[in-house]
Design a protein around this ligand. Structure first.
Ligand code: FAD
Ligand code: UDP
Length: 386
């Protein structure tokens, strides 16, 4: 193939770009990925002993309020009516999340009406002003009061970030809603569901086009294979969705990430925890949560005598670990500015996706930002007459 565009990375960002350029512009796209499979972190695979679909890089729940993105993704898959709910185990007792009237009433062994619960939490939260909170601890207490913060947030957050809550930025917790109703849906979005025949089938359908070729186990920085940085940059336009610091040989510093370790187990029982995700709030439990994958697809005919669970552990990433969540310290932000300046000097290289922009992006955000890059930059460049 003589490609009109090279896409580095076959995650949702890269696949969306490739699909649009191949289908709408009729141009040839070569996607390379250094992993042996397509799909980036959304990749999933059937666990061989049970057939249960396991999300290899952590549980992925699709949700969006962006109607054009919802319309776009529905071209490649149908969605089940799955609605995400999460529970947390605190000192051996299970509570519903996100913190809602059910959590509050169970925690305080009470039957508060919404207004009474609001007044109680306002009183317990009065130590700090939410607008002046200097760190996650102050913000958390200002939002939900000290008792709930110490039970459900403080130690979980310390485990997840390996940093005490009073040293973390306040923003980390701003997406944790508190509800004074019994609604315990985890997401507030308009559209939600899981791909009916799995993530990998969806991802493969995006790449299934005569104008798209995918080469796996191919690293953009490996000069022993033909589609490498040195050979193609300046000759063929490139959309790069790998780590931005790696692209520039870390000359502006290594950006810091958190990674996750997963411990997967097949158990000889039909149901381990009765729900897809159980968080563990206590510092004494080393993992943050346990996923039980059968519960993501209650509509499927999975074996009734076996189940697959995955314990999730969080830690700072080394250069060789999978980067999962940007840490975003002030020195990271300085490095990122430096890399943005360098990007401007790269001829026809477009940086996108979560690794290319050093941003936490949900799937719908990665797809939405790829659709924008396609319309605003690539379409005018590759096919100015369309
Ligand atoms: P990626 O999927 O990371 O794809 C980048 C690809 O580039 C990878 O396949 C990588 O191998 C490849 N690559 C990197 N370097 C090179 C190189 N040098 N040469 C060739 N290829 C290279 N989103 C949700 O909406 N809901 C969720 O519930 C959710 N849960 C998540 C849970 C976890 C633990 C994590 C980490 C993420 C979660 N996400 C979730 C986010 C979701 O994974 C991302 O939105 C999505 O992966 C973004 O796609 P991307 O294409 O930007 O990046
Ligand atoms: N969080 C918490 N306790 C919980 C769940 C979440 O303290 O039981 C905090 C924690 O700081 C976490 C943030 O809320 O980093 C966001 O949680 P979410 O589950 O949305 O993050 P995910 O890890 O799934 O991206």
């Amino acid at each position: 193939m003589n490609p009109d565009l090279i896409v580095v990375g076959s995650g949702f960002f890269g696949l969306t770009i490739a699909e649009r350029v191949a289908d709408e512009l009729g141009l040839k796209v070569l996607i390379i990925d250094r992993r042996p499979h397509i799909g980036g972190n959304a990749y999933s695979v059937a666990e061989p002993e049970t057939g249960i679909e396991v999300h290899q890089y952590g549980a992925h729940l699709f949700h969006t309020s962006n109607a054009p993105v919802w319309e776009y993704v529905n071209r490649f898959t149908t969605f089940t009516p799955y609605v995400h709910r999460v529970y947390t185990n605190y000192q051996g007792e299970v509570f519903p999340l996100p913190i809602n009237l059910g959590t509050i009433n169970q925690f305080f062994r009470s039957a508060y009406a919404p207004g009474e619960a609001r007044a109680l939490i306002a009183d317990q939260a009065s130590e700090f002003d939410v607008h002046e909170a200097a760190n996650l601890e102050q913000k958390g207490i200002a939002l939900i009061g000290r008792p709930l913060f110490e039970a459900f947030i403080r130690d979980y957050t310390a485990k997840q970030w390996q940093t005490p809550a009073d040293e973390l930025p306040a923003e980390v917790i701003s997406r944790l809603p508190v509800r004074y109703t019994y609604d315990n849906r985890y997401f507030n979005d308009t559209f939600e569901g899981l791909p009916a025949d799995g993530y990998t089938a969806w991802l493969e359908r995006m790449a299934d086009h005569p104008n798209i070729e995918v080469r796996l186990s191919t690293d953009f920085f490996d000069e022993s294979q033909p589609i490498n940085k040195k050979a193609v940059v300046g000759r063929i336009p490139v959309v790069y969705t790998g780590p931005v610091d790696r692209y520039f040989d870390y000359t502006g510093g290594t950006l810091s990430w958190r990674t996750l370790d997963f411990e997967q187990e097949v158990l000889p029982i039909g149901d381990f925890q009765g729900t897809p995700v159980m968080n563990y709030a206590d510092a004494s439990v080393p993992y943050t949560r346990i996923h039980e994958f059968r519960h993501f697809h209650p509509e499927r005919d999975y074996p009734s005598d076996k189940t697959v669970i995955m314990r999730e552990f969080s830690r700072f990433a080394n250069r060789d670990d999978e980067p999962y969540y940007p840490v975003n310290t002030s020195s990271d932000r300085e490095s990122l500015l430096h890399y943005r300046e360098l990007q401007a000097g790269e001829p026809n290289v477009f940086f996108g996706g979560r690794l290319g922009t050093y941003q936490y992006l949900d799937m719908h955000m990665a797809i939405g930002s790829a659709l924008s890059m396609y319309s605003n930059k690539l379409k005018p460049l590759l096919s100015p007459e369309v």
